[in-house]
Design a protein around this ligand. Structure first.
Ligand code: DGJ
Length: 523
């Protein structure tokens, strides 16, 4: 079964150079929430959590499926939770992304069933230098892959049986934050044998083709070792060999998992990343081999069945990490970020600036209502497919305050707009943020918090821009409904658009004027 009804189109293949998600012919944006890890282990427990998601005006639940509960006894599969979760989401009108917590969960195998964990001979662990088995199953063990893939295939088969004609489940995340922790590479016997082999020719030719897109550390290490096209991992990648080697093999593992699942029911699949916290962090301090952008091209070469690589953004520099994953062949999807009020601002930014196809804070179980993200999700959903289309076409921009007194500039539709923050970060309920949409003919929609927009014409022969009309309002079923005409103090006397410390939607029409004939003569 193929997934023609859901399409993830990479930025390089859209006219606007942004990613696009199309569900049943409609450009769409997933406005989701991810539950805490254990919430999906009990159907009663999950009901109020899903109600909370509905109150958040979300259209998507992101929930795990656990290998240890799906296959507590080897070869006997239990889909009670899977079926109950699909039904619970469907009855609330929520779409679903399932996370397969299989052999790797935060680079540890805590979700492997007991019969796997207790049989180290059959299911070997990744090992460090001292030969000590770690908490992570070895990705180099064919038995580990076979067992994990068999369970995942069974899960995908069941999803297909109950959902292929309903389309509640949209995507599946294969494993969770893959890689190995505390060690830079697996040194179990099978891993050591693989490390001594030549780098696969298919990886070398991919890297040669994509040379200018490699991350600086990988390209530099390759160059420093003589830019060889052949050799062992250590010969070709020198100081970066451990991580490149792990990335290739972890991604190959994930690729084989994805293929086994897709053979049963072909949904889009993705992999999420535990990010590198900052400069100086070494592989093993973050999961070595996971899909961080440092090894982005290695993952892309090894795992073609994976539709996208997605960042779990808990780092303060949200803008940097979002931009890092919004690539010509990778639409931005943020499956995890902090569930603080700032999530409302990050959501506006991710969609406005990068055409994000989806956004979800983590740990929605504990989100306290009223949460500002509920207002943002409600407004975005009322805007509907035209917003998703505008974002994909590059007719939107996004702004996100990460420090005091920030300002930006963007050119759209003949105008240069200059948003600036209006409050110090510590004074904001939600950080300064905006999603700006160019509606054509000099008309714009700005929605967000704590930002003031001013503007000028991009045509230098014109004198200035001014606001012809500016309305505060809201969206309902795709239509903007004006609630208040702004002028005077509320529009800085026709020169500015002000977004307050509550979600503000403002539609305004700009006009650029030149010199009058007499002024031009005097000049
Ligand atoms: C990232 C993981 O992917 C989640 O499953 C969860 O463990 C969070 N970290 C906790 O912050």
């Amino acid at each position: 079964m193929s997934h023609d009804w859901i399409k993830i189109i990479p930025p390089a293949q859209t006219a606007g150079g942004r990613g696009k998600l199309v569900i049943e012919g409609r450009p769409s944006i997933l406005l989701g929430g991810q539950t805490n890890n254990s919430s999906g282990s009990n159907l009663e427990y999950i009901q109020p959590v899903l109600d909370g998601l509905v109150s958040l005006n979300s259209n998507l639940a992101i929930l795990p499926l656990y290998w240890d509960l799906v296959e507590a006894v080897e070869g006997r599969f239990d889909f009670t939770l899977l079926e109950g979760i699909v039904e619970s989401c469907r009855s609330r009108g929520l779409h679903l992304v399932f996370l397969w917590f299989g052999a790797m969960k935060n680079a540890i195998s805590c979700y492997a069933p007991a019969w796997v964990k207790t049989d180290l001979k059959r299911f070997p662990r990744a090992e460090g230098e001292a030969g000590k088995p770690s908490w992570t199953l070895s990705m180099f063990s064919p038995a580990v892959l076979a067992a994990d893939a068999r369970a995942f295939a069974a899960v995908m088969r069941r999803i297909g049986q109950i959902d292929a004609d309903r389309h509640t489940v949209l995507m599946v995340q294969v494993e969770n934050e893959t890689g190995v922790l505390s060690i830079a590479r697996d040194r179990s016997a099978a891993a050591e044998a693989a490390f001594a082999q030549a780098v696969p020719a298919e990886l070398m030719s991919h890297l040669a083709r994509r040379r200018d897109r490699l991350s600086a550390p990988i390209r530099d290490a390759w160059d420093a070792a003589g830019a060889r096209m052949q050799g062992t991992w250590a010969e070709v990648f020198a100081g970066e060999a451990d991580e490149v080697f792990m990335a290739w093999h972890v991604a190959r593992y994930v690729e084989q998992m994805a293929r086994a699942g897709k053979a049963e029911y072909d949904l889009p699949m993705y992999a999420n990343a535990w990010l590198i916290a900052g400069p100086g962090y070494k592989p093993g301090q973050y999961p070595s081999g996971g899909p961080v952008t440092k090894v982005y091209e290695i993952w892309r070469a090894a795992a073609p069945s994976i539709a996208l690589l997605a960042p779990d953004i808990y780092q303060p520099d949200f803008r940097h990490h979002a931009a890092d994953y919004a690539r010509e062949d990778n639409p931005l999807f943020v499956p995890e970020t902090n569930a603080t009020p700032a999530a409302a601002a990050k959501c506006l930014y991710a969609i406005g600036q990068h055409g994000a196809i989806g956004f979800a804070p983590f740990g929605i179980d504990a989100m306290k209502a009223p949460h500002p993200l509920a207002d943002v999700y409600a407004a975005l959903r009322e805007m509907g497919p035209p917003l998703a289309e505008a974002a994909a076409q590059g007719r939107t921009a996004g702004f996100l305050q990460q420090a005091d007194d920030e300002s930006w500039m963007v050119e759209l539709d003949g105008f240069r707009l200059r948003p600036r923050t209006s409050r110090k970060l510590a004074e904001c309920a939600v950080p300064g943020s905006a999603l700006l949409v160019s509606l054509g003919g000099g008309v714009f929609l700005a929605m967000g918090y704590n930002i003031i927009f001013t503007s000028e014409p991009t045509d230098g022969s014109l004198v200035a821009a001014e606001i012809l009309e500016s309305d505060e309002g809201r969206y309902a079923s795709g239509e903007f409904l004006a609630t208040r005409r702004l002028n005077g103090d509320e529009s800085c006397h026709g020169t500015g658009v002000v977004l307050h410390d509550r979600l503000t939607l403002c539609r305004f029409r700009l006009h650029a004027y030149g010199r009058s004939d007499s002024a031009a003569r005097k000049a």
